[in-house]
Design a protein around this ligand. Structure first.
Ligand SMILES: C[S@@+](CC[C@H](N)C(=O)[O-])C[C@H]1O[C@@H](n2cnc3c(N)ncnc32)[C@H](O)[C@@H]1O
Length: 314
């Protein structure tokens, strides 16, 4: 734990606790993690847009970098299944690595929308990988299986372990991750490691959260992850990547009570900052303090600040 002035505590991630909390939330995650689902959709839409631009099918957007969207719309990403596009290998990556697959929200979309020779799926929780494995959808799209390089089967390879410590596969074409990097201990070192594992011109596409994320919880409990802001991440990236897309937005999800907020955090597994059991008094204090954030329509907001980045190895 790092103590800052005014008693604010920045928690170093407790990896065993993260594993435990996310493993516990696997069955409830998809129903409750509405913001994370939205983030995965938006990231893939932007990645597809980049791939379309790369083959000259779609004009580049001039607002693509630093667009500060305030959109609160939770929209579903449209599955591509564009056979022609697959045949052009527009959505083909030889080697993909997903870091922190969790309940496999993004994994499912990648399997649907992209084609690959090898897809490495990582999480430090073995339960997550077993959960993802149980989808049994790891076959290449029938329209495109004949396009895979000879001998390649579009294989899915599970890689269990802490992405900060395990050896990452090499010569990757795409490293992708949704709502995971805020949990790592040393993000700049992880970026260097990812950079080394990518091919020249390989793509890193990820989402994480910014400093405004869960600010209500931070104000009440004094506890927070060590979030970076958009500019800081852009600065880190720009040392060895060309930034293709960078965006940040604020999404307020409204609840009827502070208890509902705590339940939401638990069902999404994002209550991994501390192990302590709450007493009835703790709960009452939390509820009392959360009422300071009540909106004019009598709801309690929980602020998410998703950030999105797509970058290409220089
Ligand atoms: C919020 S979940 C995100 C899950 C998924 N990517 C999604 O789109 O919803 C974060 C996941 O990252 C995993 N994770 C956290 N730190 C990790 C690390 N250092 N290495 C590998 N996985 C990690 C957790 O176990 C958890 O499954």
């Amino acid at each position: 734990m790092i103590y800052l002035k005014h008693g604010m505590k920045l928690s170093m991630p407790n990896k065993e606790l993260i594993k435990k909390k996310f493993s516990k939330s696997l069955a409830t995650y998809e129903k409750n993690a509405i913001v994370q689902i939205y983030m995965a959709d938006l990231l893939l839409q932007e990645l597809v847009h980049f791939l379309d631009c790369r083959v000259g099918q779609s004009p580049p957007r001039n607002d693509i970098k630093n667009k500060n969207s305030k959109s609160h719309v939770i929209a579903r990403h449209h599955a591509l299944h564009d056979v022609e596009a697959i045949q052009e290998k527009k959505y083909y990556f030889d080697k993909i690595l997903e870091i922190g697959c969790g309940a496999g929200l993004l994994t499912k979309q990648i399997l649907k929308d992209f084609n690959f020779s090898e897809f490495f799926v990582n999480d430090m929780s073995e339960d997550s990988l077993n959960y993802v494995k149980s989808f049994q959808i790891f076959t290449p799209h029938p329209a495109s299986s004949h396009l895979l390089p000879q001998g390649a089967k579009g294989q899915l390879k599970l890689r269990c372990g802490d992405c900060e410590n395990i050896k990452l596969p090499t010569d990757l074409d795409l490293v992708i991750s949704n709502a995971t990097f805020q949990w790592v201990e040393d993000f700049p070192s992880l970026l260097n490691k990812i950079h080394s594992s990518l091919k020249s011109q390989g793509i890193l596409a990820f989402t994480t959260f910014g400093e405004q994320n869960f600010h209500q919880i931070k104000t009440i409990t004094g506890k927070s992850l060590n979030y970076y802001n958009q500019k800081k991440i852009e600065n880190m990236l720009s040392k060895s990547f060309k930034i293709i897309y960078s965006n940040s937005e604020i999404i307020n999800v409204e609840f009827d009570s502070a208890y509902e907020i705590l339940k939401h955090l638990k069902l999404c597994g994002v209550n991994a900052l501390e192990q302590t059991k709450w007493t009835k008094k703790d709960l009452n204090d939390f509820e009392g303090k959360y009422n300071n954030f009540i909106t004019s329509n009598g709801k309690l907001p929980l602020t998410y600040q998703p950030m999105y980045f797509i970058a290409q190895k220089l």
